[in-house]
Design a binder for this molecule. Structure first.
Ligand SMILES: *Cc1c(COP(=O)(O)O)cnc(C)c1O
Length: 418
């Protein structure tokens, strides 16, 4: 396992040209944090230049009629392809947390005789807070029940099924867990929800753009997801939501706003929801972010999810091999599943000095890995722009920080964004 081997894998990589489709300000930076914030696509940079100088600067209010007004829908059409849905079932709006609130609450309002929400203990905390507030909004008729992970890495399908009951209105899980990278079998879990009479709402934030997803094939009712991770949409880029076509007119958006109105510009006194997926919009979208994100989607679409997943699995296999030979002997443990079908695109490791190690890597090795309290170090590998060489060099840097105890020069963790 050496640098030549990594370079050999890179030269045989069918997606190698895609690295050049992204902006590399510092050619020497090793960036393995694409699971939190993807790199800037050149297409988004060019789009932003045109958008700011011409559309905002010159066209001003006319921009709405010249494309901004339909941008949420057009971006949704592209995302539909990546998640196995029909274009009219997907739209871009708000943040993932807000979309999750809208859909979870609409499901609670729809399921008249059932009132609980089931999720799991590996889910992203914001999702759990959202479920709590959706339950509050309907007067706390039901409760939030969590299927517990035994090993903090995976959750068994049986444990999910045993948490469901005749009171479960909604099962909502992250397809890929944000910390461990564990991936559920989406069709299997959706079936379990359905045979127990619950609706299924998937959070695709750590999955979209990294793994193949077929929402229609699995008959999923609802989904949400983030665009600034593997879709490289940019910081704060708006999220997307999906509602199965037969449910669009049956579900009510609990935040009625003018963008969800059948005719936004009629300025009617009463709310009449749009008959289409637009009913889940609320107000004015963040046009700059939306357009930058829209441009970024082309890159993933062109590369194709099957090819992205193939490379991702090769890269995570390679990293696992490096871990076994070089990192495990130094006290680094694996916090992700080893089984390929059960993992997303990132791998998580742990070390008691995780935080200080990531600090040493940033400050001394120009290497950005991702830390999650209390001791998790994530390798967020983005197949579109990360090479095997990136992985190899990052592992060598990590090895050096550990053997030379370079982390000892850094402060233990304070508060703030990590
Ligand atoms: C990243 C992520 C989010 C982000 O939510 P925001 O509203 O964009 O802050 C939500 N849920 C999951 C599972 C995530 O991974």
């Amino acid at each position: 396992m050496n640098l030549e081997l990594a370079r050999g894998k890179d030269s045989a990589d069918p997606l190698k040209e895609y690295r050049g489709r992204f902006f590399h300000g510092d050619e020497n930076l090793i960036y393995l944090n694409g699971n939190s914030l993807g790199r800037l696509p050149m297409a988004s940079l060019e789009r932003m230049n045109q958008l700011v100088a011409y559309e905002w600067g010159e066209r001003l209010i006319r921009g709405w009629k010249e494309g901004w007004y339909t941008a949420s829908k057009r971006a949704g059409d592209l995302i539909a392809e990546l998640i196995g849905a029909k274009p009219h079932e997907v739209i871009v709006s708000d943040s993932t947390s807000v979309n999750l609130f809208k859909l979870a609450l609409s499901a609670l309002l729809y399921q008249k005789c059932r009132s609980d929400i089931v999720s799991d203990s590996l889910n992203f905390p914001s999702d759990l807070y959202v479920f709590q507030s959706a339950l509050e909004a309907v007067g706390r008729k039901g409760e939030l029940l969590l299927a517990r992970s035994q090993d903090e890495i995976t959750v068994e399908a049986d444990v999910i099924e045993n948490t469901l009951s005749e009171k479960t209105a909604l099962l909502s899980l992250s397809h890929v867990a944000y910390k461990s990278g564990f991936m559920y079998d989406l069709p299997q879990i959706t079936k379990i929800a359905h045979r127990n009479g619950a609706m299924m709402l998937w959070d695709l934030s750590h999955a979209v753009g990294a793994v193949p997803i077929s929402l229609n094939e699995a008959n999923v009712e609802m989904a949400v997801g983030c665009t600034y991770k593997y879709l490289n949409g940019g910081p704060g880029a708006p999220a997307f939501l999906y509602v199965r076509e037969d449910l669009i007119e049956k579900l009510v958006n609990p935040i009625a706003g003018w963008f969800g109105h059948e005719n936004s510009f009629a300025f009617e006194e009463d709310y009449r929801p749009s008959g289409g997926i637009e009913r889940f919009l609320v107000g004015t979208p963040p046009v700059l972010s939306l357009e930058a994100m829209h441009a970024s989607l082309e890159v993933s679409r062109e590369a194709g999810i099957a090819a992205i997943r193939r490379k991702s699995l090769a890269q995570t296999d390679y990293l696992l091999e490096l871990w076994r030979t070089r990192l495990r002997p130094l006290g680094v443990s694996l916090n992700s599943p080893e089984e390929p079908a059960s993992r997303g695109a990132h791998l998580a490791f742990s070390h008691p000095e995780g935080y200080r190690i990531t600090q040493a890597l940033i400050h001394e090795k120009n290497t950005i890995l991702d830390f999650r309290a209390p001791d998790t170090i994530r390798f967020g590998i983005a197949p579109l722009y990360n090479s095997h060489e990136d992985i190899f060099v990052a592992v060598c840097h990590l090895e050096e920080v550990l053997t030379e105890k370079r982390y000892e020069r850094y402060e233990v963790q304070g508060l703030g964004v990590t």
